[in-house]
Design a protein. Structure first.
Ligand SMILES: N[C@@H](CCC(=O)N[C@@H](CS)C(=O)NCC(=O)O)C(=O)O
Length: 203
């Protein structure tokens, strides 16, 4: 069986899949692919992911794109402590992944772009501040969910934590004020201090 191929670069959403692959101890090949050098738009890559975005994986004959779905596939395939142990955990893990993608990700990106990523003269502080206000509700939901537990599904780190924490790392990077959310701060600290995350980010 050929090695798992991960298309992307560690500085974008591909990091989520690299983080998981490292957590699972998978042997993989990172095929550097990025919109920055046009490699997401080659006919070869479009045959892998017609969205011209990363990450994508090829596992044998199977190709999957969408970072969070890739992570659910890999963890379900390889099992271990990060994998849901039954259907209930599987449902809850999906719930948290969809929740983070739908309620946090794009808002966090608005903040990140307008506070850090855009050239300074193109940043709009009002857009970033408005986005931060929009995050108040989902952050309260996440903080509440973590009130009586160390991790989203209970007492162990799972793919649900990995997917949500990867998105929440953008919130932290965007200097969103988390001072009213002690449970999130403690949980994010636990997740982002994991050696596999530190390694995936390049140390
Ligand atoms: N929902 C997709 C989003 C993929 C995505 O937008 N990836 C970015 C990198 S973080 C990308 O490849 N952008 C290139 C482009 O859209 O041209 C996922 O989670 O995988």
């Amino acid at each position: 069986m050929s090695k798992l191929k991960i298309y992307g670069v560690a500085t974008n959403r591909t990091m989520r899949t690299i983080w998981l692959a490292k957590e699972l101890g998978l042997d993989y090949e990172l095929i550097e692919t990025s919109s920055r050098d046009g490699s997401t738009k080659t006919p070869e890559y479009l045959a892998v992911n017609p969205n011209a975005s990363v990450p994508a994986i090829q596992d044998g004959d199977l190709i999957i794109w969408e970072s969070l779905a890739i992570n659910h596939y890999l963890v379900n395939k390889h099992g271990g402590a990060l994998a849901p142990k039954d259907d209930a955990e599987g449902g809850l893990a999906l719930q948290w992944s969809f929740w983070a993608a739908g309620n946090v990700e794009m808002t966090a990106l608005d903040i990140l772009f307008n506070r850090m990523l855009l050239p300074e003269d193109e940043r709009d502080a009002a857009v970033a501040d408005g986005a931060e206000e929009k995050l108040a509700k989902p952050l309260a939901v996440l903080n509440g969910a973590l009130a009586d537990r160390d991790y989203l599904l209970g007492d162990r780190f799972t793919v649900a934590d990995l997917n949500v924490a990867a998105i929440m790392s953008w919130v932290k990077m965007g200097r969103v004020d988390l001072s009213a959310h002690d449970n999130i701060t403690a949980w994010l600290g636990r997740c982002l201090s994991r050696p596999a995350f530190v390694e995936a980010r390049g140390g």
